[in-house]
Design a protein around this ligand. Structure first.
Ligand SMILES: [Zn+2]
Length: 318
């Protein structure tokens, strides 16, 4: 299933219906060996970010992280979970975003509020780079397809001023030289939004030629012309944005993948974790007399009484 918006074929009609949101929109540039994906996240990313009291600097970075995870996941054929993770010695010590093949998306960040306030104060309103926020560390990609298959993992050092730069570093390290990404996250009138645009050059049918090279350069230039505002604009439909950017060559869109905010935590999973932990560690979860485990992704609380935990331990022995 595809729809073509070629040069001169007329732009996609601006419909009065709700603008499609929370999706990965795959596309291909007409006549060029270039394909891409546009990620638009609205209610989904607002849910993910609003569950926690993140300072705006952290929310924005995590918003970008989730949009990048969706864009990267959209390029893979997998059944299971794709995870993107950063770990560093800066104020934002950990960020995790994962996307299941069913389209459930979640993410969270761990940060040191004092360290963060210090660098925000020192920056005096200037934008904070990845080295300042995340520090030295790594970016990891994992594809988990269940216990019967091997986990794929790729790791690179955090290198670059932005998360997109770090992803480009990963592309270079893994010899995916013909992939580029652009990402944005920010607060709009309706809440948090995030967007990502990725382009990939396909191997040309008959070797490289000047025309192929030219087509790729044009696609990159069109992509570079997109603004943060366009990536985040909730009134601009994905197709309209793609048409605006690539209409000179024409763009063909394929069936989008819908995404939603979803978490895989459950009381049964928490019970399995509790069974595996030593008693003193479990005791440290105690809030007001109840052993309370909180899901870091979705903030759902799972309270247990002492006797419930004891019963878990007993059932383990049985
Ligand atoms: Zn959860």
């Amino acid at each position: 299933m595809s729809e073509r918006f070629a040069a001169g074929a007329g732009r996609p009609a601006r419909s009065r219906a709700a603008v499609p949101d929370d999706l990965i929109q795959p596309f291909k540039i007409e006549g060029q060996a270039v394909r891409g994906r546009l990620v638009r996240l609205g209610p989904l990313i607002n849910t993910v970010l609003d569950r926690h009291q993140y300072p705006p600097e952290v929310a924005e970075l995590l918003g970008e992280m989730v949009a990048l995870a969706a864009g990267l996941a959209g390029a893979l054929k997998y059944e299971g979970v794709f995870t993107l993770q950063t770990k560093g010695d800066g104020p934002v010590r950990l960020m995790v975003a994962d996307v299941t093949s069913e389209g459930d998306v979640r993410g969270y960040a761990q940060f040191d509020a004092e360290k963060l306030a210090a660098i925000i104060g020192a920056a005096g309103g200037a934008a904070l780079s990845v080295p300042k926020l995340l520090g030295a560390g790594y970016l990891a990609f994992t594809v988990d397809q269940g216990s019967h298959t091997e986990r794929y993992q790729g790791i690179v050092e955090l290198t670059g001023a932005t998360l997109a730069d770090c992803i480009h570093h990963y592309f270079r390290q893994s010899e995916q030289l013909d992939s580029v990404v652009k990402v944005a996250a920010g607060r709009a009138t309706g809440g948090w939004r995030a967007g990502a645009l990725m382009l990939q050059r396909l191997p040309p049918a008959q070797g490289a030629s000047d025309e192929v090279e030219d087509g790729w350069r044009r696609a990159l230039a069109f992509m570079a012309s997109s603004t943060q505002q366009e990536l985040l604009d909730e009134r601009l439909s994905p197709n309209e944005l793609l048409y605006r950017l690539f209409h000179e060559d024409g763009v063909r869109v394929f069936a989008p993948s819908n995404l939603r905010a979803g978490c895989r935590c459950s009381r049964a999973r928490v019970e399995r974790v509790l069974r595996s932990l030593p008693a003193h560690e479990i005791e440290s979860f105690k809030i007001d007399g109840l052993i309370t485990v909180t899901c870091e992704f979705c903030n759902t609380r799972y309270p247990f009484t002492d006797s419930e935990v004891a019963a878990l331990k007993d059932s383990d022995v049985a």
